[in-house]
Design a binder for this molecule. Sequence first.
Ligand code: CTP
Ligand code: ZN
Length: 145
Amino acid sequence: MNVQKIKNGLVIDHIRAGTGLRIFNWLKLDKVPFSVALIMNVSSKHMGKKDIIKIDNEIDIDYSVLGFIDPNITVNVVEDEYVIRKISLSLPDRVENVIRCLNPRCITSSETGIPHVFRLVDRKRAEYACLYCDELYRAGIGEVL
Ligand code: CTP
Ligand code: ZN
């Protein structure tokens, strides 16, 4: 499938197939006034199938949250139709207010106003532990706040 090249903006590439729509929604791209494209199930040599998001506008993205959602993503920064930078994402060491601790005995469940902080404890398994109660969670968009 052919989708036009963009002029100035971002191409979010190598998204695990099936995750593109959720990233599209997380970035609230359904409400923007500029051109955006969500391309799903593109054939890829390395990944089998992948999703791609094209955004024809300079926007700010929280790369640590995006890396938490899918660490295999590449973000291409496009200027005047050329890719001027490729940003490889990775799992961040720490995320704050991205997922919520579900342990009812956790202090974040009983008290309000405490940030939900998780630290990376196992990069291979993409596992994060709650800073307060050590409950384990897997990275990904499933539980994003
Ligand atoms: N792209 C775009 N508009 C541009 C330039 C690039 O939409 N003006 C898109 C390309 O279609 C591609 C992605 O941005 O999906 C990355 O472009 P490029 O680095 O040229 O492609 P590859 O070399 O295939 O990237 P990679 O090796 O990272 O897979
Ligand atoms: Zn907790």
